[in-house]
Structure formats: structure tokens, C-alpha cells
Ligand binder design. Structure first.
Ligand code: HEC
Length: 423
């Protein structure tokens, strides 16, 4: 009976595991899923970047013994769609790393079959040679931006702190940023980082300082009105790389500001200090100068208890054709899914982003092929939140209405996008 139930799974497994190889002769022994032959390549590629030493996830699933011991738990997370974290659906639009960020149905079936067979390690001789955890950090960066001081994180009663630091601008000539990576120092504390240029060169003035301080508290509004965002980072984020010949312009003397959002989810333990910074890959020239902008509603009131409350917004392209390179969907803890698309009445919508959202693993999805946003078309965004008692990161007991705001106990709905005017 048990093997009957397994049959479809095993067939699927055979298709995956024997890709390009001779199919096993039959018999459950040959088809039994093993760690070394079947599971290791998938785990190394799709779990390893977080669940190996230095990664953000607990447990070292790439270690055969640890994987075996935790096989049951891993499978529970996999079958529930919790791991890997929900990510944008590549069938809406494909992006860099899409293959790595989700499991196929066949791979999910393989996890199940492996656990059903008591998670055998199998024969080491079956190992795929040369496997290694994907290294997702940018290695060819040429500029490092480190804050001048380590900040003693100090959250308020609502457990949030917003802190800004003016970075030393090391440029002696105009450069174009073609790749962006972040060195996160205190992973427990940092909930987001925003890197911006302050065109006025007086960061802090709108936060009540004299505009000359090198670090200062920077609560609402989100960013000063004369800042241009270069990058937004949130937990789980991988490096951003622009297509060949595209970059963000930064000039010598421009004031670079880094805004941090710290959040203390465990007031019982000291949160410590932080000195997170940036690493940039730059080029002396590019063909296309990219910028970053955002669209999203701010006037919503997410009903207490609603498992799927949605709000939407759009902007019309009144200028000229625009090329979009990638999107960073951003919501807070109650965020469940986001959809973004380009549309015009009477025309078919062009999908930009669709799919699950998890605060713990936010991504800038850089498209494998840039998308055109024609003049006079709208860019739409729609967010859905789960404000029920069962919501995975629910912080109100019982749930309360939640409105727009910067705090982790308020909500946001922004599609931040990298774009350039075409032609
Ligand atoms: C982007 C990083 C990332 C990737 C990729 C990832 N995980 Fe995780 N995983 C985490 C983090 C962070 C946690 C801890 C927070 C949580 O439970 O949500 C976690 C928690 C888990 C847990 C719970 C562990 C415990 O002790 O409570 C399991 C099981 C798990 N992951 C399995 C997997 C499997 C299997 C894969 C690959 C198919 C995978 N994860 C891919 C980051 C990741």
C-alpha cells in the first residue's frame, strides 16, 4: 500500500535524479531516494546559501548527517511551501536566480519520498562531483562604504529605531554603479537599509538637525525629499547586478546617506551594536543611466482579522517609453503577496511581479530580460496582507487594524523599481 502511494512520487523522482543518465532498472531499491545521489544536489543549490555555515538560516542542511537528522522537519517546511521562502513566480516574468529560489513539484516529491524511506544517505560513490554552495556575494566590487562609527542600537518603546549615517564619498571621478551588495553586521537588528544620494548635501536638516551631523536619528518621513534612492536592502536580499552597460550615476562630492531601520524582536537579550555597510561594483561609463523609483498605496486600513486584505495603486507613464530592469516588492510583517503589472484599458496586462511574499526573505528581482513600460500605460501594484490571528508574523493579540507607516508594526506596500528612459 505504501509503495502504491509513493509511485507517482518515485516516477517524478526518477525523472529528476536520472536526468541525462540511464534510468534505473526498476525495483524499489534502485529507485529509493538517497541523500548522496538525489538530495544533495538540490539541498546544496536551493538551501545551502542560507543553511550552511555563515548563512542566515539555522542548521547545516548541506552536512549529510545533519540533513538526515532533520529530514522530517525539512520535509514539513518544504511541503508546507514555507521553505525555500515564497518567491516571485518566474512564469509571470523570469528573473536572475529564479531556478534556485523555488523547488519543482518533482523535487518536492523527492523530499517526501526520501523521508518516507527513512532518509537514507546511500552510497557516497553516487555523489555528484564538484558540488558547492552558490556564492551569492559580489566578488568584483571596487568600492566599500563603511560607516565611520559603530552604532549602539537603541530602540524606543515600540522596539524600532531609525538611524542615518552620512558615508564618506571616496569618488574622485563620476562612476556608475553596476552591482550592489551589502555587508550586514548585526543580522538580528537590521530590518532594512536604504542607500541614497542627498542632492542638497544637508542630510538631517529635515530631521531637525543642522544638516552637518554625520549621524542622526531619522524617523518619519521615510526619506528626505531631495534624496534619490540607490538601493534598498531587507533580510534575505541577494546582491543586485544590472545588465551589461547599465548603471546608477554617482558623482564625487555627492552626499551618500545610509538609513537603517533597527527592530528588536526580543527585548530580553541585548541587541548590541551595528556597523553594516555597502560594497559597490562601479564602471567609469555606461550606455544607460538607471534610476530607482517606487509606486504604492499609503492610504489603507488593513482590517483586523482579515486573512487577505488588498490595496492597490498605479502611476501613469506621462513621459516616454521606459525600460524596467527589476523590482523590489516591499511590505512589512503582515505582507502575504504582491502583484505588479503594466496595463492600459483595452490592452493585455504585462505581468511584472506575482507571487508569495515573506518578510524574512525579501528580494530585488532583476529581470533576465528588461521590460518596456510604454508611454501612457499605467504601472500598477496590488498588495495583499494577512491580518488574521494565524498570520505567520502576527504581532497583535488579538489582531488590530493596521495602517501605513514605517514601523515594523505598521504596513507598507511599495514596488521599488530600477528603470531608465528609453532612447
Ligand atoms: C534565503 C535563505 C533560505 C533559504 C534559501 C532556505 N532557508 Fe530554510 N530557513 C531560513 C531562515 C532564516 C530560517 C529561520 C527562520 C524561519 O524559521 O523562518 C529557516 C528555517 C528553516 C527550517 C526550520 C528550522 C528550525 O530549526 O526551526 C527548516 C526545516 C528549513 N528552513 C528548511 C529549508 C530547506 C529544506 C531549504 C531548501 C529547500 C531552505 N530551508 C532554504 C532561510 C532559508
Amino acid at each position: 500500500m505504501r509503495s502504491n502511494a509513493l509511485l507517482p512520487a518515485l516516477l517524478a523522482v526518477t525523472a529528476v535524479a536520472c536526468d541525462g543518465k540511464e534510468a534505473p532498472q526498476d525495483s524499489s531499491a534502485a529507485a529509493a531516494v538517497t541523500f548522496y545521489r538525489d538530495m544533495e544536489p538540490v539541498i546544496v543549490e536551493k538551501c545551502g546559501s542560507c543553511h550552511s555555515p555563515g548563512g542566515i538560516g539555522p542548521g547545516e542542511w548541506t552536512n549529510p548527517e545533519t540533513a538526515k537528522t532533520n529530514a522530517f522537519l525539512m520535509n514539513v517546511y518544504v511541503q508546507a511551501g514555507k521553505m525555500p521562502y515564497p518567491a516571485a513566480d518566474p512564469t509571470c516574468r523570469d528573473y536572475n536566480g529564479s531556478h534556485r529560489l523555488s523547488l519543482t513539484d518533482a523535487e518536492k516529491a523527492m523530499f517526501q519520498a526520501w523521508v518516507d524511506a527513512d532518509a537514507p544517505l546511500g552510497d557516497e560513490a553516487d555523489r555528484t562531483p564538484g558540488l558547492s554552495v552558490p556564492d551569492l556575494s559580489l566578488t568584483d566590487t571596487d568600492i566599500t562604504l563603511t560607516p565611520f562609527e559603530s552604532h549602539e542600537v537603541s530602540v524606543g518603546e515600540d522596539r524600532n529605531e531609525y538611524w542615518c549615517v552620512v558615508l564618506d564619498n571616496p569618488l574622485t571621478e563620476t562612476r556608475y554603479v553596476t552591482g550592489i551588495d551589502v555587508d550586514v553586521d548585526n543580522r538580528q537588528a537590521v530590518h532594512h537599509m536604504l542607500l541614497a544620494i542627498d542632492y542638497g548635501g544637508d542630510a538631517g536638516i529635515e530631521y531637525g538637525t543642522d544638516g552637518k551631523q554625520r549621524s542622526f536619528a531619522c524617523p518619519d518621513p521615510i526619506v528626505e525629499s531631495d534624496w534619490m534612492l540607490l538601493h534598498a536592502w531587507a533580510p534575505g536580499m541577494e546582491a543586485v547586478e544590472f545588465p551589461e552597460g547599465v548603471g546608477l550615476k554617482v558623482e564625487p562630492g555627492q552626499q551618500l546617506v545610509l538609513q537603517y531601520h533597527y527592530y528588536d524582536d526580543d527585548p530580553a537579550t541585548p541587541i548590541g551594536t551595528d556597523q553594516s555597510g555597502y560594497r559597490l561594483r562601479t564602471a567609469p561609463s555606461v550606455d544607460v543611466e538607471a534610476q530607482m523609483s517606487a509606486v504604492g498605496p499609503t492610504n489603507f486600513n488593513i482590517t483586523a482579522g482579515d486573512p487577505a486584505y488588498s490595496a492597490a495603486d498605479k502611476i501613469r507613464n506621462e513621459w516616454s517609453d521606459i525600460t524596467i530592469y527589476g523590482i523590489f516588492p516591499h511590505m512589512h510583517l503582515l505582507g502575504k503577496s504582491m502583484r505588479s503589472w503594466i496595463g492600459k484599458s483595452g490592452e493585455e496586462d504585462v505581468c511584472l511581479i506575482a507571487g508569495g511574499y515573506d518578510f524574512g526573505a525579501q528580494m530585488t528581482y532583476m529581470y533576465t530580460e528588461p521590460v518596456t513600460w510604454p508611454r501612457n500605460w499605467n504601472l500598477n501594484v496590488e498588495c495583499t496582507w494577512d491580518n488574521s490571528a494565524e498570520s505567520p508574523y502576527q504581532y497583535n493579540d488579538p489582531p488590530q487594524n493596521v495602517t501605513f507607516g514605517e514601523g515594523s508594526d505598521e504596513e507598507m506596500c511599495f514596488a521599488l523599481f530600477y528603470f531608465a528612459f528609453a532612447g
